[in-house]
Structure formats: structure tokens, C-alpha cells
Ligand binder design. Sequence first.
Ligand SMILES: [Zn+2]
Length: 277
Amino acid sequence: MSFSEWILAHGGDAQAVLFFGLLGFLILLERAIPRRPWAEGGAKRYVTNYVLMAVSIVMFTAIPLSFLSAAVWAEQRGVGLLNSVALDGMAVIAITLLARAFVSFFTHFLNHKVPVLWRLHRVHHLDTDLDVSTTTRFHPMEIVVNLIIGVPMIVAVGMSPWVLMVYELLDAAVTLFSHSNIRLPRSANFVLRYIIVTPDLHRVHHSTWQPETDSNYGAVFPIWDIVFGTFRTKTREPQETMTLGLDEMREPKTSRLLLLLVSPFLRLQERDASSTD
Ligand SMILES: [Zn+2]
């Protein structure tokens, strides 16, 4: 069995082992080498974030459509760019990784700029603290929105299913890592942030100050932020003390699960969709 066949057969199991193994490891590491002092939310915030994690997992298992199943569908029917032209294997790997990263970047950008999508996505940003428990704190409907935007792009490019599975493993690992409250050595962070999304880089995206919130949209690779000028390493306040979350709702309200679930229908202060700096 080749690597590509193995990853397609066992990628889902590998993803679950990787996700929960790394989640446990990072929870311990956050206690050992925290980047920021522990703040506000307490137990209720953790319950809310982990219930939303459980809901996300149920949604992923229950919805009969995924980026991977869309890519398999396109490959079997010869639909999409990469399924229509004969390309070198390395080119297929590179194009699939870059295009899949662009799907994340573009969807996340729309989630910030389209008011109705922001109402769903702000559940993620309403967390007033940031650690591994924030990774999957999403409104359940955001998963559906991401599929509606992403699936046509996956099919149009004709992304390679096995490379897509590799990306999903990277996505599980890097998103847990980038939300974690861990301190990296300065030199490691300086180099790493140009290759993958680091905790310091992603924390800028969770700042209350909108020019910082509207930056660093990438989930795994920062490349599209660098290309489109939304890459931001400097912060107005120091990373250790900068305010996270959104001004329009703070603790203890932001840890109330039912309030978060109905929050897309609430008239909170709207953000400036045109803000770039
Ligand atoms: Zn965001």
C-alpha cells in the first residue's frame, strides 16, 4: 500500500489521534510555559468551549459532505483543473496545498467582511481569552457556511484527495498549536511565523482592536496573508497584556452557551467592514 492509499484509508483515524493527543499535550504545555497570565473566564468558559467542540465533531460526522468527499467526487469524474491536465506529482502537491490554504484564507476573510457571516464567526472572536479550548469554539452554522464556500473551490481546482487529507492533518495540528497559550523561544517564533501560523501570530487576530482582528486570516500557512498584505506581526499593546475578544460583549456573558448560539440574531455593535488599518 502506497503512502497516498494509506493516508486516504486511515487519515480520519490519524486525525482523531493527532487532535486529541496534541490537545492533551498542549493543555499540559500551557500550564508549564504560558505566554500570558490566565484570565477571566474560569470553568464556565471551558465548559462552553468544549461543548462547542463536541457539537463541531458531531456536525462533521453527521454532515454527509466534506472537502475530502468533494475532492474524491471530482477526481472520479475528471472534474476540475488538476483532474483535466497531466501534471508532475510535485506540482499537484504544491498546487493542492496552496489552493487549500487559499480556501481557508478566503473563507475566513469573507467571515470578517460579510456582515451576516461575521455574526456567526464572531462567536469564535467573543472569547475574551485564548488557549487550545478556543480552537473549535465556532457557531455550528459556520461549519455549513465554510462547506458552501469551500466545496465549489475544491471541485473547481480538482484538488488531490490524498494531499487534501495531509492538509487536514496539518490543519488539526497547526490550529491547536496557534490557539495555544504557550511561550516559544523568540528565535523559533521569528523563523516559524513565516512558515506556519504561530500562537503569537494568531493572537494578533484575536485582538479587540479591529485593524489587528482583520489580519492574519491564514489557518496553517501565513503565505496568503503575506501575498495580500494582511500579515501582521507587531501589536499595538504587548502580547502579554493586549485585550482579546470583542468590545461589544465581555465576560461573563461571553461564556454563556445559549447566548452564544443565539448571538447571530442579536444586534451587537457592528464592525466596520471597510477597515483595513
Ligand atoms: Zn477570525
